[in-house]
Design a protein around this ligand. Structure first.
Ligand code: KG4
Ligand code: ZN
Length: 354
């Protein structure tokens, strides 16, 4: 039987990425970031679309080259259809559709948030030692994968969700944020501290040297499995205004402790809800996904909570946490197996229903 070789494109926000998978194994995963947004303190949609147009051809070429694959060997083209910035999505979707049309192969339309969840199902590359994480330390043994049904806490710049994953293509959102996403909480806190965009990784970096119990920020009392981060942002704003009024050098003098305390609160908000979801559903295979799952404090606390609650915990390798096309390829692979193809008329959409 011919192998299933998929070329996948991700362009929902500010990373242009292309991956090649063969029979569900990732052969390449090229990601080009966009430094142009740093000076504006956030992603500028029009600049993102233009940068995608500049990056897409070299990124696709590099992915094919690294995989040692020619266009003639491709079985299908997968692309991120939604949700995301519409201009950014249009660049990837039009490119994907043109490629599928010219090669006369099927098209696979992928939901970005479902792909983040399925990043947990990406097997290790045959020839590399991917997958070292805080609680999965053995780089030589294959990374264990979760069994169905599993719970996934998906935390990114635009979303915060608790998802029950019944099978690769059957998922159910059982909790989500009512306002800001966890990534936004990191990025907006960083902005208040005068750190550049995206601030999440910088808070993570400074937090490693800080004391998370030095300052106390409130935990919102939201019923059920939903989240809220807007109150935390306001609390941090007032906290900083008050301290900086007393001491203008307060932030620079206390940056690691402030970052550790903010990170500690965001992580506890996330994990307290996840624990509640696990107890309510009785599910014991738990995953995290999305850009914020790269956070070292979240990874460590998740693994620690997993040990005390008796969970099997799973975290995707670092390169599959933030936006990447490998997760689009794996989702495309499952869609291909299910015969779930998209017509060439499939349009990109900024918002998406599950
Ligand atoms: O999944 P992602 O790459 O893009 C979206 O789909 O939104 O997530 C980006 C988010 C940003 O808010 C970024 O600050 C956050 O992930 N992020 C982190 C870390 N790495 C990325 N937040 C905290 N700690 C990190 N190490
Ligand atoms: Zn994402």
């Amino acid at each position: 039987m011919q192998p299933i070789t998929i070329l996948a494109i991700e362009s929902s926000c500010d990373e242009t990425s292309c991956a090649i998978s063969r029979d569900g194994i990732i052969l390449s995963n090229i990601i080009a970031g966009q430094a142009v947004h740093e000076q504006y303190g956030g992603v500028v949609p029009e600049l993102a679309s233009r940068a995608h147009m500049q990056h897409i051809v070299p990124v696709v070429d590099a992915a094919l080259k690294e995989a040692g694959c020619t266009p003639a060997e491709l079985t299908a083209i997968a692309f991120t259809q939604s949700p995301g910035l519409i201009g950014s999505l249009l660049v990837g979707s039009q490119f994907a559709k043109s490629l599928a049309l010219s090669l006369d192969i099927p098209l696979l339309a992928v939901h970005h948030m479902q792909a983040h969840v399925l990043a947990n199902l990406i097997p290790d590359r045959a020839t590399t030692a991917a997958g070292s994480t805080a609680d999965q330390p053995s780089p030589s043994a294959p990374r264990p994968l979760p069994s169905f049904p599993f719970l996934c806490l998906t935390v990114s710049g635009g979303h915060t969700q608790i998802v029950v994953c019944h099978s690769p293509l059957k998922m159910e959102v059982i909790g989500e944020t009512l306002d800001d996403a966890a990534g936004e909480a990191f990025d907006k806190s960083a902005k208040l501290l005068g750190l550049p965009y995206p601030g999440g990784p910088l808070i993570d970096k400074y937090a490693r040297e800080g004391n998370p119990t030095r300052f106390s920020f409130p935990e919102p009392q939201i019923p059920g499995l939903n989240f809220s981060f807007s109150g935390l942002k306001t609390a941090i704003l007032y906290f900083l205004q008050q301290h900086v009024a007393d001491n203008p050098a307060f932030i620079e003098a206390n940056l690691p402790d402030i970052c550790a305390s903010i990170q500690g609160r965001i992580v506890s908000i996330l994990l307290n809800k996840l624990r509640r979801a696990a107890r309510e559903t009785g599910i014991t295979d738990l995953c995290i996904a999305g850009g914020v799952s790269a956070n070292s404090g979240l990874r460590l606390s998740f693994a620690k909570m997993g040990r005390s609650e008796g969970w099997n915990t799973f975290i995707p390798p670092f390169e599959y946490c933030t936006d990447n096309a490998a997760m689009i390829a794996i989702t495309g692979h499952y869609k291909y197996l299910a015969g779930n193809f998209a017509p060439l008329s499939a349009s990109a959409s900024a918002r998406a229903e599950w």
